[in-house]
Ligand binder design. Structure first.
Ligand code: ANZ
Ligand code: ZN
Length: 816
């Protein structure tokens, strides 16, 4: 027998497709498992990261299918997005053509790996049918006020007259023409994810059993709940005059009301209304305006890391308790989108405030000291402690003072306790072509009006040329001109498209519904009730925050829109580690990519699968190793060749375990040890590497004996264990030995773990002299006789007064 992977793999891949082997069943009385690996972006070719992701998911799906569960294991394509437009600009190929061609190609690559995806439920998110339902959800959200429009900042290239995605801004410049990018305010659409901030936080608790701790922590931080005090600083009289009485003051948010006596200045974000007013009304000198513009043009993320910058605005407010006069500054570290875009600065107890105060020579006033010890005045003291120089609150601990000061503010109507979230509303509009069009229409009379649902989808026009200048939908000669759905007058379609994270926020729901219903509905409640939640979701850690948060939010929003009844989409989550080569992430830019196709070509898909799952536990990084690939191939080859030691049969041989030799018993034990392990591995810890190691040990143990029955049973069990990992070879050998598709749950034979012999210690006058191995049902006389022999030299010439047998433990001779 010689192992020919190509022949075997093609045979079974064809068989699986022809027999719809992996389609979910419609019998909803059966227990289900929904196993989902994150769907790929059709970039052109699959890479090892994909291979790893789908090998893990496929192993789990095949395991459950084999155990008799109704399994949904679908795949689709996250098909909208920028690379298609970039390709269009570069190679003059239409994004649609580029995308669907990539899908064709990559589907073949995935097929060649033998993944057990449902073939019938595959779709691409750029399919018009998918667009149609997504647009319906967006209309519902708009009508419910869950989506709104407001000004937001975008990266703008003044040369190409286009909005740039963050990835297209390279060191502050346009990726195409190298012009300096500016921040421009434009109307944008936002989805109110912040309405769900508290629920998104609270329900993380439910996920604690099934999600990695790290991911939960990242989500928690991203949502970023803080409790504190919100209050207003009032301007003094001169400042009010200066501002033409347009502003009385401004709100600030602090998590440290206990430091209120240490406030030495206040600071506004460069985008704050008061700052804008000063600029617009020429109340600042030219230099100041320049500086503020520069701050505004630096993206928030960069600003947070940059050196502290700011300037005094010539305004003063009064301290709410001490009534002292406090200067108002503008500062680059104050973010416009958090709290109220203004802070009370306490340099003695906040590091950012401290750095700023040092630079601009502002007073630093300590008001908190450690419980024991002195303050180090060379830096900010940011820990809680005991208040001093704080009026009636002096002597209190920070914790107590926070409550008492909030109480004071509330009682005197100066401010109130508030909760703030770092989470911001989700900006979903993109000024690009290759995305889902936002189904809204701008009418001069009626404002923004949703397209009628019966007219959906609002499809993309195909006759566009993508040059990288402007927005193709905006400059298309006819597409945007339409009639208002409400009053019928001439109106303009929204030319923005949706962020592609919208598509990936509900694709897992779509899969639950039979493809025959796809034309009619996005999905049905009945299907969702049965299939959701996803029992096991598998994907890269890079999606720990955005995708997973948006998908969780969308699920809750669709629930509140009446579409579904579930709260959370993913019961269990596995984040796979990266694939490395020579210690670095495999990536095109590093030039260290191993092409999956070349591995399949050389060794076959089973080798690729075995190597990937053997080389490291799924959540750890995986270092590529050519000789380990070789090793995986050799194992499979031997596994194939050695199958000739087993015999064809319909039912398993009956084996009398007690009559076997030591080697034969050992072989059976190793085989069933691996089987025992497999349940834990496939259902709980996914340590496929240890399961493969146990299977290899079992092969070695089988090889150390010659009993055909033991070989035959061994193959039956090992084929079952390994089918999820190396399916082609297992289906081939199973057909040869036991009949086609003979995979099922097998019971562990506990008898092989029971020892036939027991070991007893032999002691003379209580002193341990030897050990004997006796059959479990040996008689007392036999045991004594055997024991006596082993300690002959210690009892020779002496009188044995007593022989004591402690069953299962020892034999003692009392001698004189
Ligand atoms: C005074 C203070 C004193 C503060 C102190 C901290 C320490 P977290 O905990 O992350 O929610 N802050 C408030 N709004 C801000 C904004 N728009 N941009 C930048 N910083 C802002 O952060 C809350 C703290 O961040 C607030 O508490 C405020 O500074 C600052 F010893 O107020 B704190
Ligand atoms: Zn109208």
């Amino acid at each position: 027998m010689s192992y020919n992977p190509k022949e075997i793999e093609q045979k079974w891949q064809k068989y699986w497709i022809e027999n719809d082997s992996f389609e979910p069943q419609n019998d909803y009385r059966k227990e289900k498992r929904y196993i989902l690996s994150m769907f790929p972006y059709p970039s052109g070719r699959i890479h090892m990261g994909h291979v790893r992701n789908y090998c893990i998911g496929d192993a789990i799906a095949r395991y459950y299918r084999k155990s008799g569960k109704n399994v949904l294991h679908p795949i689709g394509w996250d098909a909208f997005g920028m690379p298609a437009e970039n390709a269009a600009i570069k190679n003059r190929v239409h994004p649609k053509k580029w995308t669907y061609e990539n899908i064709e190609y990559m589907r073949k690559e995935l097929d060649a790996l033998g993944f057990s995806f449902s073939k019938k439920r595959e779709f691409a998110t750029c399919d018009e049918l998918y667009t149609k339902f997504e647009q319906a959800f967006i209309i519902d959200m708009w009508e419910k006020g869950l989506m709104y429009r407001k000004k937001g900042t975008v990266n703008w290239c003044p040369h190409d007259l286009t909005v740039l995605a963050n990835e297209q801004v390279i060191e502050g410049r346009c990726w195409r023409c190298d012009t300096e990018v500016v921040q421009k305010e434009m109307d944008q659409y936002y989805i109110k994810i912040t309405d769900y901030a508290q629920e998104l936080l609270d329900s993380l608790e439910k996920l604690e059993n099934g999600w990695p701790k790290q991911v939960i922590a990242m989500q928690r931080n991203w949502i970023g709940r803080s409790e504190g005090l919100e209050f207003m600083f009032h301007f003094d009289k001169e400042s009010m005059e200066k501002l033409n009485f347009k502003f009385e003051g401004f709100e600030v948010f602090t998590t440290r009301p206990d430091t209120i006596y240490g406030v030495s200045y206040t600071a506004l974000a460069p985008e704050h209304d008061i700052v804008k007013y000063l600029v617009e009304h020429s109340l600042l000198d030219k230099e100041a305006v320049e500086k503020i513009k520069k701050m505004q043009n630096t993206p928030a993320k960069e600003r947070a890391q940059a050196e502290k910058e700011g300037l005094f605005l010539g305004l003063y407010v009064t301290h709410p308790i001490t009534h002292k006069k406090i200067p108002v500054w503008v500062a680059n570290f104050v973010l416009t989108e958090y709290g109220s875009g203004a802070v009370m600065a306490v340099p003695a107890h906040d590091q950012r405030d401290y750095e700023f105060a040092l630079k601009y020579n502002l007073p630093i006033k300590y008001v908190i000291k450690p419980k024991n010890g002195e303050i180090d005045t060379s830096k900010a003291y940011i820990e809680p402690g005991i208040l001093f120089d704080s009026g009636e609150f002096s002597g209190l601990s920070s914790e107590e003072a926070k409550n008492r000061i909030i109480e004071y503010f509330e009682k005197n109507s100066l401010g109130k306790k508030t909760v703030n979230f770092k989470l911001k509303d989700w900006g979903v509009s993109r000024q690009r072509y290759w995305g889902t069009p936002i189904p809204l229409i701008k009418c001069e009379k009626c404002g923004i009006v949703p397209e009628k649902k019966e007219n959906l989808p609002v499809a993309l026009p195909e006759d566009v040329e993508i040059t990288g200048e402007g927005n193709p939908l905006e400059i298309h000669p006819t597409w945007k001109y339409t009639k208002c759905p409400k009053c019928g007058s001439d109106a303009i379609r929204e030319t923005d498209t949706l962020d592609t994270f919208v598509e990936s926020s509900w694709y897992f729901l779509r899969f639950t519904t039979n493809e025959n219903d796809w034309e009619r509905v996005p999905f049905t409640k009945k299907d969702i009730d049965y299939w959701m939640e996803v029992d096991q979701y598998i994907g890269g850690i890079e999606h720990a925050i955005l995708h997973l948060l948006y998908a969780r939010f969308f699920t809750k929003a669709l629930r509140d829109l009446g579409y579904i009844d579930i709260d959370e989409p993913f019961k269990r989550l596995l984040t796979q580690g990266m694939v490395l080569k020579d210690g670095a992430k495999m990536s095109k830019s590093k030039g260290n990519v191993v092409d999956p196709d070349s591995i399949i070509e050389k060794y076959g898909a089973d080798t690729a699968r075995l190597f990937i799952l053997f080389a490291a536990p799924p959540s750890k990084e995986l270092e590529w190793n050519d000789s380990a690939v070789e090793g995986a191939y050799r194992f499979i080859k031997r596994f194939y060749e050695k199958s000739s030691e087993a015999r064809k049969c319909d039912s398993l041989p009956q084996i009398d375990h007690s009559s076997l030799s030591k080697e034969e018993k050992e072989a059976r034990k190793k085989v069933y040890e691996a089987l025992k392990k497999s349940k834990d591995v496939y259902e709980k810890n996914f340590a496929f590497n240890t399961l493969i190691a146990a299977s290899m040990e079992a092969m070695n143990a089988l090889n150390a004996q010659k009993n055909e029955d033991v070989w035959t049973e061994g193959y039956f069990v090992l084929l079952n264990i390994l089918e999820p990992i190396i399916p082609h070879i297992c289906w081939e050998l199973s057909e040869e030995l036991f009949g086609r598709n003979n995979f099922k749950e097998i019971a562990v034979k506990e008898e092989v773990f029971e020892e036939a012999n027991i070991t007893l210690a032999v002691t003379v006058n209580g002193k341990r002299r030897a050990e004997i191995e006796v059959s479990k049902d040996a008689s007392k006389e036999d045991i004594i006789a055997q024991a006596k022999e082993t300690v002959a030299k210690w009892i020779e010439g002496k009188t044995v007064v007593k022989e004591i047998v402690v069953p299962g433990r020892l034999v003692n001779f009392v001698v004189k």
